[in-house]
Design a protein around this ligand. Structure first.
Ligand code: OSB
Ligand code: MG
Length: 368
């Protein structure tokens, strides 16, 4: 791919409103922007989506910087590659650290697509011209959640996801269901339950939820299989699916009926596509998860979600869901509940250099 340099931009931006879950609150989002340049001066961009603290997965912004600086970028310095799949293969010699890997690997995909003068969607085998958009409500009270839902529905979102926990589940969801009898509602528990809560989880069956996401342990597939046998609502796995083999085992065991694919969580687009292809074969619907991300990761998600198996609206919302001003141009926008898939080369969005500059708190440059 004739790479000449990798640059990292550590950025920080406040969210418009705090994102509240039972595991904690995100108020300021830090992230890592990866820029790769080739011999011709062409550039590819990726985004490391780990959070500042290890509340969702074990990685953090700092562990990602360490892995990129001391392990992953040196792999590229010593192994010239012709295709991003080769980077994904080389990174397998490094255990886990999937968000750090994905930050670098997705930048390679953007650059590769630009070198071929094709959109990233095309390069990945995407067939959709537009992707359906869903949004996540992460509020601490019913009043605030209802206010958010009302305004998101006005914006045209097709599906609402609500964060739940034993402290805020049945009554909360029943109230939303009462107001919106036909709305596709997804409940995400982020591992707030155990099998001791079987009765609580069974009660949710009557609310006609689209699915319940990751009710049990973040690394479990055994108890989820037991639970799925006891509830009608389809289980969707998020945290438990970190590799292709995790997806295969979960499907074989019957631990879920749906999978949320997040590029960062599974280590990049190569692995995300493998999981997608397997799910299509197994008739397991998938949707694209979100990480409260900036526009670059959002753009990679749009390209991924243009693949045929992404039949359920994902957590791909407009830039304005979280940001006063995003780091891409144009910003991601949702119209009539959908996002247009760009057909210009690579991710199909330009960098808002002014915004990137004003949110950057540190940079690093690595000649290759
Ligand atoms: O569990 O899907 C999750 C955000 C941060 C960490 C984990 C999750 C989320 C979301 C998606 O729910 C938020 C978004 O729209 O980006
Ligand atoms: Mg989730």
């Amino acid at each position: 791919m004739k790479i000449t340099a990798v640059e990292l931009f550590i950025i920080k931006m406040p969210l418009k409103a705090p994102f509240i879950t039972h595991l904690g609150t995100v108020q300021d989002r830090e992230g890592i922007i990866v820029k790769i340049t080739d011999q011709e001066g062409m550039t590819g961009y990726g985004e490391g989506v780990a959070f500042s603290t290890p509340w969702y997965t074990e990685e953090t912004v700092k562990t990602s910087i360490h892995m990129l600086t001391d392990v992953l970028i040196p792999v590229l310095q010593t192994h010239p590659i012709d295709h991003p799949d080769e980077a994904a293969e080389l990174f397998k010699s490094v255990r886990r650290n999937n968000m750090a890997k994905a930050g670098l690997e997705t930048a390679l995909w953007d650059l590769y697509a630009k070198q071929q003068a094709l959109s990233l969607s095309k390069i990945l085998g995407g067939t959709r011209q537009e992707v359906a958009s869903g949004v996540v409500v992460a509020a601490d009270s019913l009043t605030n959640a209802l206010k958010q839902i009302e305004s998101y529905l006005e914006d045209g979102y097709q599906r609402i996801k609500v964060k739940i926990s034993p402290e805020q589940d049945y009554r909360f969801l029943a109230e939303i269901r009462k107001r919106y009898p036909l709305l596709p509602i997804l409940a995400d528990a982020n591992s707030a339950y155990s099998l001791d809560d079987l009765d609580r989880l069974r009660a949710l069956d009557e609310l006609n939820l689209l699915m319940i996401e990751q009710p049990l342990g973040h690394d479990d597939i055994i108890e989820h299989a037991r639970l799925q046998k006891q509830i009608k609502t389809p289980i969707c796995l998020d945290e438990s699916i970190v590799t292709f083999d995790d997806a295969r085992k979960a499907v074989e065991l019957g631990s879920c009926k749906v999978i949320n694919i997040k590029v960062g969580r599974v280590g990049g687009l190569s692995e995300a596509k493998r999981i997608h292809d397997y799910c299509v074969e197994q008739e397991i619907p998938v949707w694209c998860g979100g990480m409260i991300e900036f526009g670059i990761s959002r753009a990679h998600n749009i390209a991924l979600a243009s693949l045929q198996g992404f039949s359920i609206p994902g957590d791909i919302s407009a830039s304005s869901r979280f940001w006063e001003e995003d780091i891409i141009l144009p910003e991601v926008s949702v119209e009539n509940g959908v996002i247009q898939v760009p057909n210009s080369p690579g991710i199909g969005f330009a960098i808002n250099e002014k915004r990137l500059k004003e949110t950057t708190i540190a940079t690093k440059v690595f000649p290759i």
